[in-house]
Structure formats: structure tokens, C-alpha cells
Ligand binder design. Structure first.
Ligand SMILES: *Cc1c(COP(=O)(O)O)cnc(C)c1O
Length: 389
């Protein structure tokens, strides 16, 4: 797509526009300041200082100590690293509990571990997308090495009660990891209030570039590196530091804290207006995950009788970017595993559209979508009357 065409972006849960402030802060480290932080001379020390500052800024976003932040290449690596650490440091415990609605970062790693002889339980969810905490409690066993659940769902925006889940895990003697990739910048995160052992973030979901993430590892929580090499990251993750991206992540973390209020007022109001108007204007439309606590920016709607894949193509023709579920699934015709786990029949799961807003969305964007969507849905429903139930 030509970027000079008008372009309406409603896919902020897949990735976000890089903030100009982020790019600007990275530039010196892509040009003049290219030294290696491990070098003994001052040219390296300047770079080491920039990494330190980036680490402090990312730590501050979640109220961690800088020493509790391990930089990784992405959210996926952060999740994998936490699971691997929990298993390798407790070799007698070969059971992991996660949920049926995780991002593929956890789903696929869970299946991979099952093939390698570990036991992985994928907890079901309720129709509104929430977890049954009694079931979680009953599922934890002495051999459970780790419980890992997302904090907020990337498809539906449904938020899990992380404080309660952490307390349950700890009372039953299990470590707890949360994938907080969708939460950073949208809801407050404070690891001194929520006693998670490990927590994953990814920078490209908060207006920094793709290819950098971090894992919070609580001081004292068992840990062993997933990527082994030089002594970088205090021996917790080998590989020469990705300096420009660490700097950019730091800037983005600062901005995310500053914009938290905007996300929860202006962006939430945009989302609510978008959602309520669609539900009002377009008959036979239902909301997925409506009754649970949700992120302020995410909207997931089922347009009964419509193939969402066809809807995506028509929206794209109108310059509108949206999604049918996890971005990693695009192109496949499998119904969303998240909506399926919530009990939606395949026809409705395949009729569901995700719209995720962000800081750069305006009222004009929402007006444009509200103008384009109803006739597109009507056309799709008329064109293929046979699929309408
Ligand atoms: C995007 C996303 C990830 C993966 O992050 P990457 O940096 O792309 O690997 C993991 N979990 C959730 C909930 C996500 O939305």
C-alpha cells in the first residue's frame, strides 16, 4: 500500500506507529555512537550509559528496579525465556499451566514442550473470556513449575485479575509469569503491588520499533539464561546489546507513562463511540468479551452472516487496516482459537473483526470507519445470502 493514500489504522494490537520522539532518540546510536558497551574506552562507556538510561526508563514504566529488567529481542523471546527458566531451575517440576487464549508465543511453546515430554495444561475460559480462578487453584500441583497467563488478551482486550492469580499461585507454591505485552501503556503496571515473578513486554506495541522486548525477573526469582553467550545483561541474556533499540524502548516507555491517561480517557471514548454506534447501526452484530473487564482500546465484534476475511479485504480497499484475530494467523482460515475457547461457534468466530485503537487515532478516523462499514457489511450480507443463518 502506498503510504501517501489516506490510511486509517485500527490495528494497534498488532503493532504501533513508531513515535517520532522514539526515532529521534535512536538516531545518534545509528550514526555516530556505534561503540560496543563492553569496551574499555570512553567511546564504549557513552554507549553503556545510554543502555543504563534505557533500562531505568523501562523499569520505571512497571515500577521495577533496573537490575530486574533483562532486554530480549521481542515479547515472544521474553515469554519463552520465563518458561525455560522456570523449568530449568526446577528440574523436578515438569508441569506448566497456561490458558487456552494465549498469544501464539505461549500456545506454540506449550505444544512444543508437550512434544518434548513436559505436561502443559491449557485452562479453558468462560464465555465472556474470563478465567475460573477456582479451577486454576485446583489445577496447581506440587510438580507445577510455572503458571503463565496473559494480563490482557490481544484479540478481545479481556483483562485477567493478575493480582488475584499471583496470590493463588504463590499460596500453592508455584511461580507466576504474565505476558503483559498488551497492557503496557494502556493500564498501570506496578510490580511492587502485583507480585508476579516474571513479566514480558514488547516495545513495538508501545510506539517503538519491532525487535526489542524485555523480561522483568523479580529479584530472587529463579533464573537461568535462554540465550547463552557473552556476559551481557548481567549474564542473563547473551548477545551484544541492541543499543539503538534499547534507547528507543526507553523513550517509548517514558511516553507510554505520559500517555496512560489519554489512552484511558480519549482513546477509550473513541473506542466506545465506535463500538456503540456500530452495534446501534448494524443489525445482527454482537460484541465478544463484552461482560469482562477490557482494555480501553480494543473492540471485537461479530457480524453475523459475514466472512470476516472478505470484510478485511473490502476494508483494505477503503484504506482501513483491521484484523480478524492474532496477526500471526492472518492468511489462515482457522477460526480464532481465542473466540473458539470462549465458546463461539466457528461461523461466528469467522465473522469477527478486531478493531484496536491507539494514540494516533482521531475522531475523524472513527467517523470515516463509521461511514464505510455499514454499506460494506450490507453488501457482504446480500452478496452471499446462503451463509446467513
Ligand atoms: C504481540 C504480542 C506478543 C509477541 O510480541 P513480539 O514482540 O511480536 O514477539 C506476545 N503476546 C501478546 C499478548 C502480544 O500481543
Amino acid at each position: 500500500m502506498n503510504q501517501s493514500e489516506p490510511f486509517y489504522y485500527f490495528d494497534n494490537n498488532a503493532t504501533t506507529r513508531i513515535a517520532p520522539e522514539v526515532t529521534e532518540s535512536m538516531m545518534p546510536f545509528l550514526t555516530d555512537l556505534w561503540g560496543n558497551a563492553s569496551s574499555a574506552y570512553r567511546f564504549g562507556a557513552d554507549v553503556a550509559r545510554a543502555i543504563r538510561r534505557g533500562r531505568e526508563r523501562v523499569a520505571e514504566l512497571v515500577n521495577a528496579e533496573p537490575e530486574e529488567i533483562v532486554f530480549t529481542s521481542c515479547g515472544t523471546e521474553s515469554n519463552n525465556a520465563a518458561w525455560q527458566a522456570a523449568l530449568l531451575t526446577q528440574p523436578n517440576r515438569r508441569h506448566i499451566i497456561t490458558t487456552a487464549v494465549e498469544h501464539s508465543a505461549n500456545m506454540k511453546f506449550g505444544e512444543h514442550l508437550q512434544r518434548r515430554g513436559y505436561e502443559v495444561t491449557f485452562l479453558p475460559v468462560e464465555p465472556d473470556g474470563s478465567l475460573d480462578l477456582h479451577l486454576l487453584e485446583k489445577t496447581i500441583r506440587p510438580e507445577t513449575a510455572l503458571v503463565s497467563t496473559m494480563w490482557a488478551n490481544n484479540e478481545t482486550g479481556v483483562v485477567f485479575p493478575i493480582e488475584e492469580i499471583t496470590a493463588i499461585c504463590h499460596s500453592r507454591g508455584a511461580l507466576f509469569h504474565t505476558d503483559a505485552v498488551q497492557v503496557a501503556g494502556k493500564l498501570p503496571i506496578d510490580v511492587r503491588l502485583t507480585h508476579v515473578d516474571y513479566l514480558s513486554l514488547s516495545a513495538h506495541k508501545l510506539h517503538a520499533p519491532k525487535g526489542i522486548g524485555c523480561l522483568f525477573v523479580r529479584r530472587g526469582a529463579p533464573y537461568t539464561p535462554y540465550v547463552v553467550g557473552g556476559g551481557q545483561e548481567r549474564g542473563q541474556r547473551g548477545g551484544t546489546e541492541n543499543v539503538p533499540y534499547i534507547v528507543g524502548f526507553g523513550t517509548a516507555a517514558d511516553l507510554a507513562a505520559k500517555h496512560l491517561n489519554d489512552e484511558n480517557t480519549r482513546v477509550r471514548a473513541l473506542r466506545d463511540r465506535l463500538e456503540n454506534t456500530i452495534l446501534q447501526k448494524i443489525p445482527r452484530t454482537s460484541r465478544n468479551g463484552a461482560k469482562a473487564l477490557r482494555l480501553p482500546n480494543t473492540c471485537n465484534l461479530a457480524f453475523h452472516g459475514v466472512e470476516a476475511e472478505a470484510l478485511l479485504l473490502m476494508l483494505d480497499q477503503a484504506g482501513i487496516c483491521a484484523a480478524t484475530g492474532s496477526a500471526c494467523k492472518t492468511g489462515s482460515i482457522e477460526p480464532s482459537h481465542v473466540l473458539t475457547a470462549m465458546g463461539l461457534p466457528a461461523t461466528l468466530a469467522k465473522a469477527s473483526l478486531r478493531l484496536s485503537l491507539g494514540l494516533y487515532n482521531t475522531d475523524a478516523d472513527v467517523d470515516y470507519l463509521l461511514e464505510k462499514l455499514p454499506p460494506i457489511i450490507a453488501r457482504l450480507r446480500d452478496e452471499d445470502v446462503s451463509v446467513i443463518e
